[in-house]
Design a protein around this ligand. Structure first.
Ligand code: FDA
Length: 389
């Protein structure tokens, strides 16, 4: 196949661009991914012994209020009625999250109504009222008061960053949501659910088009490859969704990321924790949360003899680790601006997705911005109306 467009990365961003270009414009699209599978970080597979669907790169819950994205994703999959809820285990007790009236009343052994609870939190947050917090610890106390902050946020955040919140910048958090109702739905979006046949079936349907050719285990920077950078630059337009710093040979320095380590275990029991996600906000537990995958699909007839859990540990990424969450220090932001300048000079290459833009994107955001790139830059280019650049 001679490609009209090369897409680097088969995550939701890359596949959305590829699918639109192949289906609507009839272009021949080559999709490259250096991994052995498509789907990027949303990839899932059935755990061997139990058949339980496991999200390989951390739990992925689909939610959106974007009608254009919702209409688009429903072309490839139906969604279950799954609604995400999270609980947290603090000093031997389980509380609902995010902090809501149920959490507050359980924590303070009380039966406050919304107005009383609001007043209580205002009083407790008053400890640092009128000050300008310089670190995350003070900011947390100022937002929700010391007792709730120290129970549910302080050590959890410390574990996420492997850093004492007193040494973290205040601007990591702008708000800590507290709900003065008993609503403990995690997301506020109009649409929410999990793909009925799993993420991989959804992703495969997006790539299943006669004009799309997928090349796995293929690194764009492989100098020998016929679709590698050397061969295609200047010949065929490229949509690049890999790390922007790597594209430019780290010329402006490495952008910093957090990564997670996932420790999977199959347990000989039907149900370990009775819920999909349990947070562990206490200092003496090294992991941040435990996922139990069977609970994402209560509608499926999974085995009753075993269950799959995953403990999640968080740390700074080093070279070779999977980059997951941009750290976004002032230094990173300066480097990113320099990379954006370089990217603007790179003719016929568009940078997109979470790695290409150094931005945390939920799935619906990655899909939404890919649809926008397609409409504004790719479609006009191939229809004789310029853009791309
Ligand atoms: P993605 O990272 O998925 O894909 C990029 C692809 O490019 C990868 O497959 C990579 O191998 C490939 N690539 C990179 N360099 C290459 C090279 N040189 N050559 C060839 N290929 C290359 N979202 C949400 O909506 N709900 C959720 O619950 C979660 N949960 C979640 C948990 C965790 C731990 C993380 C890190 C992220 C989430 N997300 C999420 C976000 C979700 O993963 C994200 O929206 C998508 O991965 C974005 O898709 P992209 O295509 O941008 O990147």
């Amino acid at each position: 196949m001679k490609a009209d467009l090369v897409v680097v990365g088969s995550g939701f961003f890359g596949l959305t661009v590829a699918e639109r270009a192949a289906e609507e414009l009839g272009l021949k699209v080559a999709v490259l991914d250096r991994r052995h599978h498509i789907g990027g970080n949303a990839y899932s597979e059935n755990e061997e012994k139990t058949g339980i669907e496991v999200h390989r790169y951390g739990a992925h819950l689909f939610h959106t209020s974007n009608e254009r994205v919702w209409e688009y994703v429903n072309r490839f999959t139906a969604f279950t009625s799954y609604v995400h809820r999270v609980y947290t285990r603090h000093q031997g007790e389980v509380f609902p999250m995010p902090i809501n009236l149920g959490t507050i009343n359980q924590f303070f052994r009380s039966a406050y109504g919304p107005a009383e609870a609001r007043e209580l939190i205002r009083e407790q947050a008053g400890e640092l009222a009128g000050t300008d917090p310089q670190n995350l610890n003070d900011k947390g106390i100022q937002l929700i008061g010391r007792p709730l902050y120290e129970a549910f946020i302080k050590y959890y955040t410390g574990k996420q960053w492997q850093t004492d919140p007193k040494d973290l910048p205040a601007d990591i958090i702008s708000r800590l949501p507290v709900r003065y109702t008993y609503d403990n739905r995690y997301f506020n979006d109009t649409h929410e659910g999990l793909p009925v046949d799993g993420y991989t079936a959804w992703i495969e349907r997006m790539a299943d088009h006669p004009n799309i050719e997928v090349h796995l285990n293929t690194d764009f920077f492989d100098e020998q490859h016929e679709l590698g950078r050397n061969a295609v630059l200047g010949q065929v337009p490229v949509v690049y969704t890999g790390p922007v710093d790597r594209y430019f040979g780290y010329a402006e320095g490495d952008l910093s990321w957090r990564t997670i380590d996932l420790e999977e275990e199959v347990l000989d029991m039907e149900d370990f924790q009775g819920t999909p996600v349990m947070n562990y906000p206490d200092e003496d537990v090294p992991f941040t949360r435990i996922h139990e995958f069977r609970h994402f699909h209560p509608e499926r007839a999974y085995t009753k003899d075993a269950t799959v859990i995953m403990r999640e540990y968080s740390r700074f990424a080093e070279k070779g680790d999977e980059p997951y969450y941009p750290i976004n220090t002032a230094d990173d932001r300066a480097k990113l601006l320099a990379y954006r300048d370089l990217a603007r000079g790179e003719k016929s290459v568009l940078f997109g997705g979470r790695l290409g833009t150094y931005k945390y994107l939920d799935m619906h955001m990655a899909i939404g911005s890919a649809l926008t790139m397609y409409e504004n830059k790719i479609k006009p280019h191939f229809s004789g109306g310029q853009p791309l650049v």
